[in-house]
Design a protein around this ligand. Structure first.
Ligand code: FES
Length: 153
């Protein structure tokens, strides 16, 4: 297994030895360990538990909390729901993309940030809203973006 410690994957699989219906919990544990679900981990689960890879991929893509792509140490979510769009959300998104040199859904090469778009976080009056690692930043202006990102470097 390239890039990840295969022993960690085996240890996680061993936690559930003999139990049935544990695939989702197993994938959540893999994600907690590596911050995403590496392809190598899927291969190993499939091989050891005799679960078809296609089934594991189906589960991993169905649950939004699971990620099949590497996730950076800081997750940035930019709200582009209607209210935040009207209040300048797209400009905030553009400024973040420009500052980090990545597009929506991507992770910086240093694995520091992952950028995602979300639709309405239920606090429209605070728009445009950016959430970083669960911390809400409201009424964000393009000129504030750089300073906010610097807090996470
Ligand atoms: S549209 Fe952004 S919080 Fe509602």
């Amino acid at each position: 297994m390239e890039g990840i410690d295969p022993n960690r994957v085996d240890e996680i699989i061993d936690r559930y030895r003999g139990e049935r219906g544990i695939l989702i919990q197993l994938l959540l544990d893999i994600q907690a360990e590596f911050n995403w679900i590496p392809r190598e981990a899927i291969m190993r689960i499939s091989e050891r538990l005799h679960i078809p890879k296609s089934h594991i991929y189906r589960i991993a893509t169905f649950y939004k909390t699971l990620s099949l792509n590497p996730v950076g140490r800081h997750l940035i979510q930019v709200c582009l729901g209607t209210a935040c769009q009207v209040r300048g959300g797209p400009k905030i998104m553009d400024r973040i993309k420009e500052s980090l040199g990545i597009n929506e859904g991507e992770t910086t090469p240093d694995m520091r940030f992952t950028l995602r778009r979300v639709n309405c976080l239920g606090c429209c009056a605070m728009g445009p809203v950016v959430v970083i690692d669960g911390i809400y930043h409201g009424k964000v202006t393009p000129s504030e973006v750089k300073g906010i990102l610097e807090c996470y470097k």
